[in-house]
Design a protein around this ligand. Structure first.
Ligand code: CP
Length: 310
């Protein structure tokens, strides 16, 4: 089966077979990242523009590395140093970039739905590197790859996702991806950060107490509070948040013995995650970052029409 999409905007749009194809390809391509010479000619002659309207360390760097490891030319544009600060609209920016004939635009934007808008207006592929509180599909894929590598499957895993669910695009992509792949998702967070009706997204259970979500979990995924996307104060204090929704060794002890701790980054140490947990043997946080390169290589490869790789 080939990948039939021009763009990758949301994991909600992908089938189980398509997600499996992307994860299988990422697994195959990850071998390139272990070589002394980390480069193959697969996307030679292709041009990837990374257009970032929001801050990023992991996503932007790994999309650039992914493009370069596949021999594509990668160009980075940060909104704060572009003509966006002079008032240029997204549509005008896109048309001007398109005039330079890129093959793929990878974009991060603060507005949910900005990628759908862009993808309908440009002939090149668009990959979503995060849009508002909507989706972050490459993060969802690298999270699933990390879980699949550890447990050999996604079907039947109990995954606890703890924190600011309302404002987290990572949570939404993880929920869509994991439930499509047959995992059971348990959510916990302050009521002010839990969207009403989130259970309707699939095999999702909302827990009042994070201990219930973490109990016998295979994976504990901790989220940062997205202060940049909250219009008003939704918490009495960070100290109280940490007490009820922070992961410490005692709460982690409720999960399965071989459970892994995950976090999309950046971490707020001492708020959602105790430093001793972030750095413990069960932490898969840096494995997630490592897998981010392979997953983004797979995404670039398949929107360019790549065939399944052995
Ligand atoms: N996980 C993630 O999106 O990190 P960055 O914001 O650093 O890209």
């Amino acid at each position: 089966m080939g990948f039939r999409h021009k763009d990758i905007i949301a994991l909600k749009d992908l089938t189980k077979e398509e997600i499996t194809l992307l994860l299988d390809t990422a697994d195959s391509l990850s071998e390139i990242n272990q070589r002394d010479i980390k480069k193959v000619p697969t996307l030679r002659g292709k041009t990837v523009i990374n257009l970032f309207y929001e801050a990023s360390t992991r996503t932007r760097t790994s999309f650039e590395i992914a493009a370069k490891r596949l021999s594509a030319d990668a160009v980075n544009i940060t909104a704060s140093t572009s003509s966006v600060v002079k008032g240029e609209t997204l549509s005008d920016t896109a048309n001007n970039l398109l005039a330079m004939k890129p093959d793929i635009i990878v974009m991060r934007h603060a507005v949910s739905g900005a990628h759908e808008y862009l993808a309908k207006r440009v002939s090149c592929s668009v990959i979503n590197a995060g849009d508002g509180a909507h989706e972050h599909p490459s993060q969802g894929l690298l999270d699933m790859l990390t879980m699949r590598q550890k447990f050999g499957k996604l079907d039947g895993l109990k995954v606890a996702i703890i924190g600011d669910i309302t404002h987290s695009r990572v949570a939404r992509s993880d929920i869509y991806g994991l439930t499509t792949m047959g995992s059971q998702v348990f959510l916990a967070g302050p009521p002010t950060m839990m969207p009403v009706g989130i259970e309707r997204l699939g095999n999702v259970t909302v827990c009042k107490d994070m201990r219930e979500a973490v109990d016998k979990a295979d994976v504990v995924m901790m989220l940062r509070i997205q202060l940049e996307r909250q219009g008003k104060t939704l918490l009495p204090s960070m100290r109280e948040y940490s007490r009820y929704f922070g992961l410490n060794p005692e709460v982690l002890g409720l999960a399965k013995k071989n459970a892994i701790v995950m976090h999309p980054g950046p971490i707020n140490r001492g708020v959602e995650l105790a430093s001793s947990v972030a750095d413990c043997d069960q932490s898969a946080i840096l494995t997630q970052v490592e897998n981010g390169v392979a997953v983004r290589m797979a995404m670039l490869y398949h929107v360019c029409g790549g065939e399944p790789v052995e």
